[in-house]
Design a protein around this ligand. Structure first.
Ligand SMILES: [Zn+2]
Ligand SMILES: [Zn+2]
Length: 243
């Protein structure tokens, strides 16, 4: 049985189609024993998403509130098949964690080759830490090639619990992606992609898949706050002091 004590993909009211504040996530985390919450609101290219000032000013929030770690991040939108995203490098550099995701409302799906090309450039971008919900069948890519590359560059592949219910046709792809992460020794992060606080840290579907695959626990980079923070400190040079 896997125990995963952090959640690095959640949305606040700032994303406009999500319904909680950072404070409400922190309170829930404390209640259910989640050690760390990543706030990753949508990048500005998505309808209703916050202005880039929102991301620039995240330093106003401490890394720890009420005993719960907070990562100040973003879910950047992939805007083209070169793998560019909708936040400038100077902003990405300031964030604790950056997820890059493809959304149909921002980018029209292309060919498998287009998606593979975009993902390879994302993997090679040191300012991007996580590939978000890539099991989406509308954005299929060469899993084997990209996931092997993720292992070389320490890019994390997300297993998104939300996808099993909300992105039709994702389940089989997510399983295949997890299988390849095991094969290549690629780090994964199991996340909720919560849009309301009760979804945070709830991973039933993902854990079922990991159990079926006998996925190595040490490759779940967000299994606890310490492991995750050590990884991010080393990769990005951030000091997480709890202040
Ligand atoms: Zn997303
Ligand atoms: Zn999301």
């Amino acid at each position: 049985m896997y125990e995963i004590k952090t959640d690095i993909h959640t949305h606040t009211i700032e994303s406009r189609h999500a319904y909680c504040t950072i404070g409400e996530y922190v309170a829930q985390a404390k209640k259910i024993g989640v050690e760390l919450v990543g706030m990753t609101d949508h990048g500005p290219a998505m309808g209703g998403a916050p202005h880039f000032y929102y991301f620039l000013n995240l330093s106003a929030i401490p890394h720890m509130v009420d005993g719960v770690w907070i990562l100040k991040g973003a879910e950047a939108n992939v805007i083209d098949f070169e793998g560019n995203v909708d936040l400038e490098d100077r902003i990405l550099k300031k964030l604790d964690v950056v997820i890059a995701s493809m959304h149909e409302s921002v980018i029209i799906p292309g060919t498998m080759e287009d998606h593979t090309n975009a993902y390879l450039n994302i993997v090679h971008n040191p300012l991007i830490d996580v590939i978000g919900h890539s099991g989406n069948p509308n954005f299929k890519y060469d899993y084997e090639r990209v996931i092997a590359e993720c292992a070389k560059y320490d890019t994390i592949v997300e297993i998104n619990n939300h996808s099993f219910e909300f992105r039709r046709g994702s389940a089989a792809n997510c399983k295949e992606i997890a299988r390849l992460c095991k094969k290549y020794g690629t780090y994964i992060a199991v996340n909720s992609d919560a849009h309301f606080y009760t979804e945070m840290g709830v991973y039933g579907n993902s854990i079922e898949v990991l159990e079926e695959l006998d996925f190595p626990e040490e490759k779940i980079i967000n299994r606890n706050a310490r492991v995750l923070l050590d990884f991010l400190s080393k990769k990005k040079g951030i000091r997480f002091t709890g202040e």
